[in-house]
Design a protein around this ligand. Structure first.
Ligand SMILES: Nc1ncnc2c1ncn2[C@@H]1O[C@H](COP(=O)(O)OP(=O)(O)OP(=O)(O)O)[C@@H](O)[C@H]1O
Ligand SMILES: [Mg+2]
Length: 381
C-alpha cells in the first residue's frame, strides 16, 4: 500500500511543484512582473489554496535567469517573537546571498556595525548554521537589520525579493503595531529589495494591508488567490491517471473537482484516494468509495470539531449545507432556529473566527470535506 502511495501521481500537504503543479498562469505572470519590476506583493487566500506553491514556482521560473535577482524565504509558521523574526530574517538573508561559511562570517562583519550576530554551526557549517542576536543591541539599532536586504543589494549589485510566508503571525508579537511601523518606515525606502508577504488569515491580513490607519496600508499590490478552476482540474486529473496507465472519464474527473469544490488540497487528496482504488478503469463506484474512505478517516477530527460548536452554530451550518443564502430572512430564522437577525451576525462571526467558514466571493466552508461530512454523516443521523 505504501509503495503505491509513493507512486501515486497526486500529492497534498506539501509544496506542489513540477508535474504536481497545475495552471496558475495568470497569477504567475503577475507575480513575475511584480518581482522583476520591484513592486511589493501581498498574497492572500484561505488555507491550502496554493500560496506557498505559487510563490515557490514563480521564484524558480526560467524567466528569472537573466535578472540578477535572488529570492529569500522566511516562514513565520514557528516564529512568535520579534527577536525570533530578526534572527530568522538575518540568517536567511545571509544564507541566500553568500554560499560558503567563511564568506558568510566575513559578510556579516562588514554588514553590521552596531549589532554583533553570533553564529552557531552544526556538522556541516555551509548548510547548517543559526544566528543569535542580542535583544539589547537590536533595540538600539533595529535599522541595521531592517535595512539589511537593501544594504546587501547595494554591496553585491543584485536585486532581492524577500518572501515572508504566514505573515499574519506577526500579530503574536508583543507590540505588533510598533513592529509594523518599524518595518514600513524602513522598507518603503528600499529600491533594490521588494517584499512578497503572504498568509491565510484573511481578516487579519486585510486589516493590516487595507485599513488606512495601519502602517502597511497601500504597501503593495494585494492579490486574492483564487481556487483552480474545474476545467484545469479535469485535464490535470485525466493526465495524471493516463501517465500512470489508468483511465478516468472527464465526467468523473469533474465529479472529483466538484465534490471538493475545486479546493486544491482536497481535490488532490480525493484524486489520490480514487487513483489508489482504481485498478485500470475508474468507475463512479470507485469515487464513491474514495470519498467514503476520506470521510471515515476524518470522522474523529470532524466529530471533535462539531462537539465544539454551539447549537446555534450548528443550525447555521445546516442552513449553509441546504444552500440557504438569506440567513436573516424570517423564513430562515424560523426554519433553522437562528434566534434574531442580530444573533445571525454573531453566529456567522463566531464561525469565521473558528475558521470553519469564510466569505470568498460568497460564504463557504473552508474545508469542503467537512461540509460533505456534515451532510452525509452528521445531519443524516
Ligand atoms: N498549482 C497547484 N496545482 C496543483 N495542486 C496544487 C497547486 N497549488 C496547491 N496545490 C495543492 O494544495 C496543497 C496546498 O498548497 P500550498 O501549501 O501551496 O497552499 P498554501 O495556501 O500555502 O497553504 P497554507 O495556508 O496551509 O500555507 C498542495 O499540497 C497541493 O496538494
Ligand atoms: Mg503556505
Amino acid at each position: 500500500m505504501n509503495d503505491d502511495r509513493d507512486k501515486a501521481p497526486f500529492m497534498f500537504g506539501k509544496i506542489a511543484s513540477g508535474p504536481d503543479f497545475t495552471n496558475r498562469e495568470k497569477e504567475t505572470t503577475q507575480l513575475l512582473q511584480n518581482f522583476h519590476v520591484g513592486i511589493n506583493t501581498i498574497l492572500i487566500s484561505p488555507r491550502r489554496w496554493g500560496k506557498s506553491s505559487l510563490v515557490k514556482k514563480v521564484t524558480e521560473h526560467p524567466r528569472n535567469k537573466d535578472k540578477n535577482i535572488r529570492y529569500c524565504f522566511i516562514d513565520l509558521f514557528n516564529i512568535r517573537t520579534e527577536q525570533e523574526f530578526y534572527e530568522a530574517y538575518v540568517k536567511e538573508l545571509i544564507k541566500v546571498t553568500s554560499t560558503k561559511w567563511e564568506e558568510r562570517v566575513e559578510q556579516a562583519k562588514k554588514l553590521f556595525k552596531k549589532i554583533i550576530p553570533q553564529f552557531t554551526v552544526g556538522l556541516n557549517p555551509d548548510n547548517d548554521f543559526s544566528i543569535g542576536l542580542d535583544w539589547k543591541e537590536i533595540k538600539k539599532a533595529p535599522e541595521e537589520i531592517l535595512n539589511l536586504a537593501e544594504t546587501i543589494c547595494k554591496a553585491k549589485k543584485i536585486k532581492l525579493v524577500v518572501c515572508i510566508d504566514e505573515f499574519q503571525n506577526i500579530s503574536f508579537f508583543d507590540d505588533p503595531l510598533a513592529f509594523q511601523k518599524k518595518l514600513r518606515a524602513h522598507w518603503q525606502h528600499h529600491k533594490h529589495t521588494s517584499y512578497c508577504l503572504y498568509g491565510s488569515k484573511r481578516h487579519l491580513l486585510m486589516e493590516l494591508f487595507s485599513s488606512p490607519s495601519k502602517p502597511f496600508y497601500k504597501f503593495g499590490d494585494v492579490i486574492f488567490l483564487e481556487k483552480i478552476k474545474e476545467q484545469y482540474w479535469v485535464s490535470f486529473i485525466k493526465k495524471r491517471f493516463r501517465e500512470t496507465g489508468k483511465n478516468i472519464l472527464p465526467s468523473q474527473a469533474l465529479r472529483i473537482a466538484q465534490a471538493m469544490e475545486n479546493h486544491p488540497y482536497f481535490v488532490q487528496q480525493l484524486s489520490q484516494q480514487t487513483w489508489l482504488l482504481t485498478q485500470k478503469e475508474c468507475t463512479d463506484k470507485t469515487i464513491d468509495r474514495a470519498l467514503q474512505n476520506l470521510l471515515d478517516h476524518s470522522t474523529i477530527l470532524y466529530q471533535r470539531e462539531t462537539d465544539n460548536l454551539t447549537n446555534n452554530q450548528l443550525n447555521f451550518l445546516k442552513a449553509m449545507c441546504d444552500n440557504v443564502k438569506q440567513f436573516s430572512s424570517a423564513a430562515s430564522i424560523s426554519t433553522y432556529k437562528l434566534g434574531t437577525s442580530a444573533n445571525v451576525i454573531r453566529i456567522r462571526e463566531a464561525l469565521e473566527n473558528k475558521e470553519i467558514i469564510d466569505t470568498v466571493g460568497s460564504l463557504e466552508f473552508i474545508d469542503p470535506l467537512y461540509k460533505t461530512w456534515l451532510i452525509k454523516v452528521y445531519f443524516r443521523r
